[in-house]
Design a protein around this ligand. Structure first.
Ligand code: ADP
Length: 254
């Protein structure tokens, strides 16, 4: 540990932000937050603030990208210039291009794209504030936005990373833990089919640490999946209530 580094875990196993090793950061989600997109979701995962928007299925453009047997899924992960401490160039970086690809792959198997041949489904993930684990929070929000767009899904995908911080396996690393940590393992997961749709690893872990990290990530994804389902229900209960309110005055005048 050099002088500029902070002590990430104290003698009682408590982390800099007060969490235990197996504790998630606070998470809030909201579905249907944008009027113009077909589907949208907003997530706060720790200090990450991320908006996801989905268009489609719509005519594939340019036409030559269309596939005869399924919809093409496109994804753009982008960090706003003000999402990190030093202004980030708005131009897409290599990291953003890589994350756009892995996020698309993590969501592709959940989408029943075979129902919409020759169309395209476009996913936009805009990171407004970033604090470690933004690809995972982006996947969680994008899967909700796909559901909100009414696109048939096999399952909702939830994602969470596990890190190795000060020599200990720690769930859901924040930015400082990610930067000073020894390893980072982002995982995306579909609970019903028990399928992992994203598994990456930066740094190194022993086999035992890897198994522990993976099982912590899967448990966390199951919890995040419950929050996703609750967020979807909240939206549809409020839509139903609004529809009922609109109907009531008509019935009263009938
Ligand atoms: P993830 O956000 O999925 O953990 P990384 O491990 O690549 O992805 O990044 C970890 C964290 O590093 C990000 O969440 C963000 O807080 C920070 N970060 C990424 N890119 C930049 C950048 N260009 N400038 C400053 N901080 C950045």
């Amino acid at each position: 540990m050099n002088e500029s580094e902070v002590r990430l875990i104290d003698d009682n196993g408590i982390r800099v932000d007060g969490r235990r090793l197996d504790e998630l950061r606070p998470i809030k989600m909201e579905v249907g937050v944008l009027d113009k997109a077909d589907g949208s979701a907003y997530i706060e995962h720790g200090k990450n603030r991320i908006m996801a928007a989905v268009y489609g299925p719509r005519e594939a453009h340019p036409k030559h990208i269309a596939l005869a047997e399924r919809a093409v899924i496109k994804c753009r992960y982008h960090m706003a210039p003000f999402s990190v401490e030093e202004r980030k160039s708005p131009a897409p970086s290599r990291r953003e291009l890589e994350l756009s690809k892995v996020i698309r792959e993590s969501l592709e198997s959940s989408v029943m794209s075979e129902l919409y041949p020759r169309t395209s489904i476009d996913i936009f993930i805009e990171v407004l504030q970033s604090d470690g684990g933004s690809r995972c929070a982006g996947i969680t929000a994008a899967s909700l936005a796909l559901a909100d767009a009414g696109i048939p899904l096999r399952e909702i995908v939830a994602a969470c990373a596990v890190g190795k911080v000060a020599g200990r396996v720690a769930l859901d690393p924040s930015d400082i833990e990610d930067k000073q940590g020894d390893a980072d393992l982002p995982v995306a997961f579909m609970p019903k089919s028990n399928s992992i749709t994203l598994l990456q690893m930066d740094g190194s872990l022993t086999e035992e640490e890897f198994n522990q990290a993976l099982s912590m990530a899967i448990d966390a994804c199951k919890k995040i999946n419950q929050l996703q389902i609750e967020a979807l229900k909240r939206k549809y209960v409020s839509v139903k209530e609004q529809a009922e309110e609109r109907q009531e005055p008509k019935e009263a005048t009938a």
